[in-house]
Write a protein that binds this ligand. Sequence first.
Ligand code: ADP
Length: 532
Amino acid sequence: MTIPDTLYCANMKFSVEPNLKSFSPVSGEVIAEIAKTAPMEVKTLVTRARQAQKAWGALSLNARSRKIKGLCGVLAEKAEDIAETISRETGKPLLESVYHEVFAAAELARFFGSDTPKILKKRRISIHLLKYRSSYLHYVPRGVIGIITPWNYPFTISFGDVVMALAAGNAVVLKPSEITPTIGLKIKEVIEAAGIDPDLLQIAMGAGDVGAALVEGGTDMIHFTGSGATGRKIAEACGRQLIPYVLELGGKDAAIVLDDADLDYTAGALVHGGFANAGQVCASVERIYAVESIYDPLVKRIVEKVQNLRQGDGLTGEVDVGPMIFPKQLAIVESQVAAAIEAGATVRTGGSAKDGRYFEPTVLTDVTDEMGVMRDETFGPTLPIMKVKDVEEAIAKANDSRYGLSAYVFTRNTQRGREIAERLEAGTVDVNDVLLTHAIPETPWGGIKESGIGVAHSAEGLRHFCQQRHVNYNILPSFAMPWVFPYQRRIAFAGFDFVKGLYGSSNLFKRLLHLLRGSWQVVMALRSSKKG
Ligand code: ADP
């Protein structure tokens, strides 16, 4: 009898293979085998998490935050081990694993470990009219959060989302990317080492079928980072169930270089923005618009810097650019670059795949708006550069995109840079830097248009993980107001005076007269109703 490698159940495709294999992106060898979660087991994980959440959610904000802060010490202790695990499974340079992942994760734990009580404390709302009552917002944990994460920043993205969800008093079922499962397990290890109840973080290990099962698994919210195609499926499923979701999706981030930019610094920043993590960054610099007066010298500097990039195994080598983490991504980059060349783009350096696992750091010029490399997310080590006549053309082209995650402006005149930044359609705009803000926990991270819905990080991001309850209460002894039953026409007419007195456009004196007349009518109405 032949055993099928896939099985269909309730219209979902399941892999029969019991283990998930983790492959080295450098050698292609299997580096770990991890037991898979069967999609039908996911609901059990949610139930277990829900049970653990009860005690966690009942802790005071301070007690919970102390535990979250404790994660910093664990990260410091395990920094080498975590960074090596990241570089082994992704091939990214060790320096990136330390700075872009471990550091960023520690900063998130520090911020949410110290500021959560301030962010989630009850917030008074000042009321304009009904001064005899008062209001406040009270933030309540949602319950169990389903978190689904990708392979490009497998530690810091997953860790940050888990930290925010826990800080807000929730339990979590995390589905790390099937491409980077050992890093997913590291997150569990760190949480447990900080003395946080292990049942608060359940790991659902597997591919898209397990992710889909989690979305349907009875959680109270889904926090997703990944592709737009999967994001749409998740939004549909959450919409059907009426559960909230946050989507952090892709980008096609534009950089605008003005005539007064410091060209050497700018070229260095753009090369870092385009090639860090081998371009597998949602906020990568994916297209450059340079004004014509500085176009040639900028391109020259960029090409020189790109040609100096060293490519290889990020775990063991002295390298700047690692392999493609997800082999299928190599094919996407290859086909986009080949199509651009076919359509007339000039390859200034790089241009093809190497050793089956790498893509050469590539600079393209003579690109057009219609080319895929200028319109679709590439998620690889390529930098297409376009000459524009002025900044207005650059802004129009930058905004002519279905994405809106980040954008970048380079100029020596920071004030001018800020004015341009405010006109760019993106969730985050950096003036004179790249890729920085995801690591700043105080600032919101999220995209507009097809780049996502909602934000991560920041006070706003943390509050997404809570139900917001509005409590309105009396501050004077309760009494019945004239607008309750039984209604009186006289009081209705007084209402016209109040509207005119409070919001009308006539002069102050006339408005005062309306208020007085309205009040008089109410008093008379109340008197006559008492007599009656
Ligand atoms: P990428 O192409 O970058 O891997 P995906 O959106 O496919 O982006 O994957 C991001 C995460 O979403 C991964 O953890 C993946 O397993 C998960 N995933 C893929 N398909 C689905 C799905 N239908 N429902 C839920 N999660 C999914």
